[in-house]
Design a protein around this ligand. Structure first.
Ligand code: MLT
Length: 263
């Protein structure tokens, strides 16, 4: 399905019915990363999975995709699908940054948060210059250069060596990203504000999920978020790296279903 917004058309998919759950994909992936979740979650809720601007089948405007803009896209999507009541919103990594930006801007619209493999802090100065260098490299050499640098860190070393089919699936999603999408999201993530103060203000049920073998964001970061978000639930998933929903889908789905039933 497609939502036509001013200057931008967003692709999204919906599975199941009743209570909405909006899940936002990681960088530089697209809504297909949630394929292992569809069967289990669509039995429980109306699962809404957008391609954020620049990715998947959505348009790729050449601009900086600030997390607030991406949060506005999510709000427009919820309006378009008729989600009047507050919804559970969540995402993995960049999807978590967008979820926090959404909570900051539209707290009244959030019934619960799912924060997977993500962090609340802003980029360090070194992180910011790495983003700029990666954006320049992508403009010059294309998306393939970023894929070679990032792919081995997207999953646990065990998944990387023992599950070539998963590695190929993730690689093909990454390769399909557009230059505008990659550059726009890199510059947007670079500019994202620190949200650590926001964590102490979150007053909706929150599930934090993190792979114990995450090579991009250490599990300690999830433990710190858990300490700051009152009443949050933390699930550390063994034998999973950054893309824990793909590496350990049963455990991921079970945690999410339990969380949804508890709120
Ligand atoms: C992601 O998986 O979305 C990215 O690793 C996030 C980031 O680069 O900070």
């Amino acid at each position: 399905m497609h939502l036509h917004l001013p200057g931008f058309t967003m692709h999204y998919e919906i599975y199941g019915r009743d209570t909405p759950l909006l899940l936002i994909h990681a960088f530089p992936l697209n809504c297909q990363m949630w394929a292992p979740q569809i069967g289990d979650l669509a039995k429980e809720v109306k699962l809404i999975i957008p391609d954020m601007r620049g990715f998947g089948e959505s348009d790729q405007p050449p601009e900086t995709y600030r997390m607030e803009i991406l949060a506005d896209d999510c709000m427009a999507l919820l309006d378009a699908v008729g989600a009047v009541q507050p919804v559970v919103i969540g995402g993995l990594s960049m999807g978590g940054y967008i979820s926090l930006a959404f909570y900051r801007k539209y707290p009244h619209k959030v019934a619960g948060l799912i924060l997977a493999a993500t962090r609340a802090s802003a980029d360090t100065p070194e992180g910011k210059s790495n983003r700029e260098a990666a954006a320049e490299k992508t403009k010059t050499l294309g998306v393939g250069a970023l894929v070679s640098d990032m792919l081995p860190k997207m999953m646990s070393p065990m998944t990387y060596t023992s599950h070539p089919e998963l590695v190929m699936h993730v690689e093909s999603m990454m390769q399909s990203a557009s230059v505008n999408g990659v550059v726009g999201a890199l510059l947007g993530m670079k500019e994202r504000p620190d949200s650590q103060d926001l964590l102490t203000q979150i007053d909706v049920p929150t599930l934090i999920l993190h792979g114990t073998d995450d090579q991009l964001i250490p599990p300690q970061v999830a433990e710190n978020m858990h300490e700051k978000i009152k009443g949050s639930k933390l699930s550390l998933v063994a034998d999973a790296g950054h893309l824990l929903n793909i590496e350990q889908p049963q455990r991921f789905n079970q945690d999410v279903v339990e969380f949804l039933r508890s709120i």
